[in-house]
Design a protein around this ligand. Structure first.
Ligand SMILES: [Zn+2]
Length: 419
């Protein structure tokens, strides 16, 4: 058999670049949920899938789905894909690369049928740009595109339901988008969007878990007062207290492996140059692959806020905004992927994903797994986002090894839908 992997990797990259031109903004890539350029994107991708003998459809949530049947008509399917929507001023690879890799993997089979079918999915919405809610596409597959979400409106007052109708789809058919019992598992290739693989010198990463995250708002209340007449030892400075606590959060994350702590929001009042701050409101985002580590760190930071507040005469209130548990990727698939990565890249590197992905939503119902590709400079959500040809070659080789492993795996085929 001729090895055309490099050629196909080139095509994967060229297709991503070509599709990035289907945009709502001229000269920049912006393709949100069910926007007009998404239709152009669907048309091109459909033609590539149809050329491989796949049957293609768009479900009522706007997800593009192509089926490559297995050896027997009743064979279950492996779902492979990622998202087709983008952030504003996006790069060419976030999401869509995973769909192009999936198509290239089907192409690599040259018509050969496996013991399972392959369903390629291009999710309609992952980034949360248009409606402020992410994962609309994958939520539809797990039955969570509900009435409340359908009623949500974008900036122009168009609801999700209306957007679906305007795109020529029928919201009453949403239930048909739900995963059927014939789907064995979900596999997603995605750029890492961070610097970890590049720093470690690896082309590919085997994702073991998508980190859990908590968000909490801390309000430090002291006493606003004159900056010229209040001696330093008489102050109850709410911002100085918050600042000390922000550094404590950073220090805790530095000494706790795997912990990420960020304070990205600060509001001070009265916020004037000659007034000691009376109140400061800050928001913490804290993440870890292990839920116990994350909740333990949060409890520690609440305690530290209270004790440093007490020392400074500042009271502290904490309000939880979000508590999202970590999502483990399927251990069997993760181990199979590690083996395939080992064959393709002669080493296999396991890591956690700090960002949420469609695989996290699908994991609620079926075994899900992810493979990360090195992101040069760690740059993503930016037009300069790139991917190296050789890394795409390795990703394709990894995918081909994985398909070859799974088609003869009784354990894989014996798996049934958990829902
Ligand atoms: Zn993405």
């Amino acid at each position: 058999m001729i090895d055309d992997t490099t050629e196909r990797a080139r095509e994967v990259i060229a297709r991503c670049q070509m599709l990035s031109r289907f945009s709502e903004d001229s000269g920049r890539t912006r393709r949100t949920f069910l926007s007009a350029p998404m239709r152009d994107c669907h048309r091109e991708i459909s033609s590539w899938m149809k050329a491989l003998g796949m049957s293609v459809s768009v479900d009522a949530a706007g997800n593009l789905r192509g089926i490559y049947p297995g050896a027997s008509p009743s064979a279950p399917r492996l779902l492979i894909g990622s998202h087709l929507d983008t952030v504003p001023d996006a790069g060419a690879f976030d999401g869509i690369l995973g769909v192009m890799i999936a198509i290239s993997l089907v192409e690599s089979l040259r018509g050969q049928k496996l013991s399972f079918g392959i369903e390629i999915i291009g999710f309609s919405e992952e980034e949360g740009v248009r409606f402020g809610v992410p994962f609309i596409g994958s939520r539809a597959l797990v039955g969570r595109l509900d009435k409340e979400l359908l009623g949500r409106e974008d900036e122009r007052g168009i609801s999700v339901k209306e957007a679906i109708q305007d795109f020529g789809l029928n919201p009453n058919d949403i239930h048909k988008a739900v995963l059927s019992n014939e789907v064995l598992a979900f596999l997603e290739f995605h750029i890492e969007q961070g610097p970890v693989l590049e720093h470690a010198g690896h082309a590919l990463g085997v994702v073991e878990a998508i980190v859990g995250q908590s968000r909490a708002e801390f309000t430090f209340s002291g006493q606003a007062n004159h900056s010229g007449t209040t001696p330093m030892d008489h102050r109850r400075d709410a911002l100085a207290a918050a600042a000390e606590w922000i550094l404590a959060a950073e220090a805790l994350a530095h000494r706790t492996p795997g912990l990420l702590a960020t304070v990205g929001f600060v509001e001070v009042s009265p916020n004037a140059v000659n007034i000691i701050p009376g109140k400061s409101r800050v928001a913490l985002d804290i993440r870890h692959p292990l839920d116990g580590e994350r909740t333990g760190a949060l409890a520690d930071l609440i305690k530290q806020a209270e004790s440093l507040g007490a020392r400074r005469g500042v009271t502290v209130e904490c309000r939880m905004l979000l508590a999202q548990p970590a999502v483990a990727m399927d251990p069997f698939l993760t181990q199979q992927i590690a083996l395939a990565v080992q064959k393709a890249a002669s080493q296999s590197y396991r890591m956690a994903s700090g960002a949420g992905h469609d695989a996290m939503i699908l994991a609620e119902k079926i075994p899900a797994a992810m493979i990360f590709l090195r992101t040069p400079g760690g740059v993503s959500h930016h037009p300069s986002e790139t991917v190296q040809l050789d890394d795409v070659v390795k990703a394709l080789q990894c995918g081909q090894h994985l398909l070859a492993q799974l088609t003869v795996s009784q354990e894989f085929l014996g798996r049934t839908h958990r829902a």
